[in-house]
Write a new protein. Structure first.
Length: 239
C-alpha cells in the first residue's frame, strides 16, 4: 500500500510545483474581473469534504491526494489575467489532505496545495453528532477555512456544512448543505498601487461517494455546486 500511494503523492505534488502560473493585472483590471477570479479560485481553494459524516475515532487517520476544481469559461474577461491550466474546462488544483480522529466524535484535518503556481492551505473540524448504524445514517457538522496568500492576489474562504452519509458494503455515498464566504483582494500598479476587494456568499450543495477497495485504500469522487460546478477526485489510505 505504501509503495502505491507514495509515488502518487509525489507525482501530484510535483505536477503542482512544475506548473507555471500566477496573476498579472494591468490598469484595465476591473472589479468584475476580480469577482470572476474570486468565484473560480474560491471554489478551488475551499477545503473539499471528500469524506463521510462517520467519525473515524481516536485511532483513525487519513491521508488523501486530491485534484479538482470548478468549470470555468476561458473566454471570460478575467481569464487573461490568470496564468493557469484547465482540463476539460475545469480549473484544477492539487492538494494533500491529512485527517485525524479525536475523542467525542471529532475529526480535524489540514490541507496544503497549489493552483496556478500559487500555494494555499486550510484546516477543518468535523463533529458527528449521530454516528449512524446499520439502518440509520451518520450526521455531522463541519467547518473549514482556507487561504491563498500572495502578490498580487489573495483570498480567504470559510464554509460551514451539514453532512449526511450512509455506508453500503464498500461504497459510502454522502451529501452536504452549506454556506460559504469568499473574501478576495487584488493589487496592481506602481509606484502608487491600486486595490480591489470583493466578498461573495453562496449556499453550497455537495454530493459524493467513497469506495473502499482494500482494507486501507480509498477512492473518492465529489461534485460541489455553488455559482459554478466543481469536481474533485482523490485517492488515499486510512483507518
Amino acid at each position: 500500500m505504501r509503495r502505491l500511494c507514495l509515488p502518487l503523492v509525489s507525482l501530484v505534488l510535483a505536477a503542482g510545483l512544475a506548473q507555471a502560473g500566477g496573476f498579472s493585472f494591468d490598469p484595465h483590471f476591473a472589479q468584475k474581473d476580480l469577482e470572476g477570479i474570486a468565484e473560480a479560485f474560491g471554489d478551488v481553494v475551499t477545503f473539499p469534504n471528500v469524506g463521510t459524516a462517520v467519525p473515524t475515532g481516536l485511532p483513525g487517520f487519513e491521508v488523501l491526494v486530491v485534484a479538482g476544481g470548478p468549470q470555468v469559461d476561458t473566454g471570460s474577461s478575467w481569464w487573461h489575467y490568470v496564468d493557469a491550466r484547465t482540463v476539460g474546462g475545469v480549473l484544477y488544483g492539487q492538494r494533500l489532505i491529512l485527517r485525524k480522529g479525536l475523542p467525542l466524535n471529532l475529526d480535524v484535518g489540514v490541507q496544503t496545495g497549489q493552483v496556478a503556481g500559487e500555494k494555499f492551505w486550510g484546516g477543518e473540524v468535523r463533529w458527528a453528532f449521530i454516528e449512524g448504524g446499520t439502518v440509520s445514517p451518520a450526521l455531522a457538522l463541519r467547518g473549514s477555512y482556507s487561504q491563498l496568500s500572495g502578490a498580487p492576489f489573495g483570498c480567504e474562504v470559510a464554509e460551514v456544512q451539514f453532512l449526511i452519509s450512509k455506508g453500503f458494503a464498500v461504497v459510502s455515498p454522502y451529501g452536504g448543505l452549506g454556506y460559504r464566504r469568499v473574501s478576495a483582494r487584488a493589487t496592481f500598479g506602481e509606484p502608487a498601487a491600486t486595490a480591489h476587494s470583493v466578498d461573495t456568499n453562496h449556499g453550497t450543495l455537495t454530493v459524493g461517494a467513497r469506495v473502499t477497495l482494500l482494507p486501507l485504500l480509498r477512492l473518492v469522487g465529489e461534485v460541489r455546486q455553488t455559482s459554478t460546478t466543481s469536481f474533485f477526485f482523490g485517492v488515499g489510505v486510512g483507518l
